[in-house]
Ligand binder design. Structure first.
Ligand code: V0D
Length: 228
């Protein structure tokens, strides 16, 4: 099996999963948080180098305030339960997106976890928070302009200044719960990625289904490598 170096996941369907069992949306988010741990550990075990998870998009601010407040408490819930385990596995936490407008408490929790795992040399677990793909490209261009004296830029300039500049290109993008959209996730970075859409809500997505997706990726690579 050909293991992708960098996997990106849109963790969709938490609300619908909860509704199916007559539970509040927040319950879906809560179980979804536990599932982040399951999938991250599986990815680590398989030898994935970078796992990028779309946790909160710039469009998610349109949701009811109550739901947003709950979502913003989840990084703390996640680290209280799992930071010890992440340390044991030598996993490094990083974040992409515009954190400046998140609640101060959430920013503090994130910075603490980033700091604590900074010297870990294993898998990098990246959370995309208040992230938008178009904004990521615009910010990269602004970075380039700031460096001054520029009349033309190249693709490499953008690649070198975008939020994922330190990671390998995304090999595989998985979206759960069968919406066939990129939804302003990693636009620049998904140019050559395999896209896999899975008929399963995020809280019900498990290690077995994750491995199946990677097998599908691996088969596509093999067909491509063998020139059809
Ligand atoms: C809800 C499914 C973990 C998607 C997963 C702030 C929607 C559960 C985190 C998390 C969310 C983020 C950063 C970090 C550590 C953990 C998270 C949000 C939503 C939005 F450093 N799960 N999770 N963050 N959900």
């Amino acid at each position: 099996m050909n293991i992708p170096q960098h996997i990106a996941i849109i963790m969709d369907g938490n609300g619908r999963w909860a509704k199916q069992q007559n539970k509040p949306r927040s319950y879906g988010h809560f179980v979804g948080t536990d599932n982040v741990r399951n999938i991250a550990l599986k990815a680590d075990e398989l030898g994935v180098k970078v796992l990028t998870l779309y946790a909160f998009s710039t469009e998610n601010w349109k949701r009811p305030k109550e739901e947003i407040d709950y979502l913003m408490s989840l990084p703390a819930v996640f680290f209280d339960k799992f930071l010890k385990e992440l340390m044991e596995k030598n996993i490094k936490i990083e974040v992409i997106g515009d954190l400046s407008v998140l609640p101060v408490k959430t920013i503090k929790v994130l910075n603490q976890a980033i700091k604590k795992t900074k010297h870990n040399s294993g898998m990098i677990l990246v959370f995309a928070l208040n992230y938008g793909g178009r904004n990521d490209i615009v910010e990269a261009v602004n970075e380039i302009i700031k460096k001054g004296n520029i009349t033309a830029i190249t693709e490499q300039d953008i690649t070198n200044n975008i939020s994922t500049k330190n990671y390998p290109d995304v090999d595989l993008m998985i979206r759960t719960s069968l919406d066939y959209r990129i939804s302003n996730f990693l636009l620049w970075q998904l140019s050559y990625a395999e896209l896999i859409f899975i008929d399963c809500y995020w809280p019900a997505f498990n290690g077995e289904k994750f491995v199946e997706a990677i097998e599908e990726y691996s088969n596509r690579q093999r067909r491509f490598g063998g020139l059809l």
